[in-house]
Design a protein around this ligand. Structure first.
Ligand code: GDP
Ligand code: MG
Length: 174
């Protein structure tokens, strides 16, 4: 099986890079300077099977990179629970992706959408109730997670593992 390709989208500052770096290195880097597109690779063990993973961090809000879009197995759409505007933007992304009905070239199945509320450690400044995000996820057939790249290393790992497992299963069924 070829590598699984994930694309991470969302408002600038939502914590996309922090989540990716946390997953890849186990560390939280609070200032992650990156203005260019990045592709990260990782081999991971999912249920005893070695799986290659490619994570694409576009570092740009344009959804026009159609080549990348069509090659994705899954989209991680990240917002900041303490910033409503980032949630509104996440909804716009989800709608665009659903409208585009993005399909993977290689497998002809619909790519998985994963809505991720980051910065749960800032819940005292919460602007997006969990129930509201859950509802949006349900409406648009997204998987939904809420966590903190800053404080929850294990949860971030578990989430990526669950996402990859999900994609593997989905590809098998079709
Ligand atoms: P990106 O633009 O979406 O890639 O966002 P970054 O990963 O660069 O993060 C933007 C800012 O949010 C940085 O200052 C991070 O330190 C901060 N940040 C990222 N994740 C968290 C988190 O889980 N909790 C808190 N409190 N801050 C976070
Ligand atoms: Mg970034």
């Amino acid at each position: 099986m070829s590598d699984i390709k994930l694309i991470v989208l969302g408002s600038p500052g939502a914590g996309k890079s922090a989540l990716i770096v946390r997953f890849l290195t186990g560390r939280y880097i609070s200032e992650y300077a990156s203005n260019s597109e990045c592709v990260y690779t990782k081999q991971m063990n999912v249920d005893g099977r070695l799986t290659g993973l490619e994570i694409y961090d576009p570092c740009s809000q344009k959804l026009s990179m159609s080549k990348e879009l069509s090659r994705a197995d899954g989209f991680l759409i990240v917002y900041d629970i303490s910033r409503r505007s980032s949630f509104v933007f996440a909804k716009t992304i989800i709608c665009s992706l659903r409208e585009a009905n993005v399909r993977m070239c290689r497998r002809d199945t619909e790519a998985g959408l994963f809505l991720i509320g980051n910065k749960q450690d800032l819940c005292h400044m919460r602007e997006v109730p969990q129930e509201e995000a859950q509802k949006v996820a349900l409406e648009h057939r997204c998987h939904y997670y809420e966590l903190s790249a800053a404080e929850q290393c294990q949860e971030v790992n578990d989430m990526f593992t669950t996402i990859v497992r999900n994609i593997i299963l989905q590809n098998k069924i079709k």
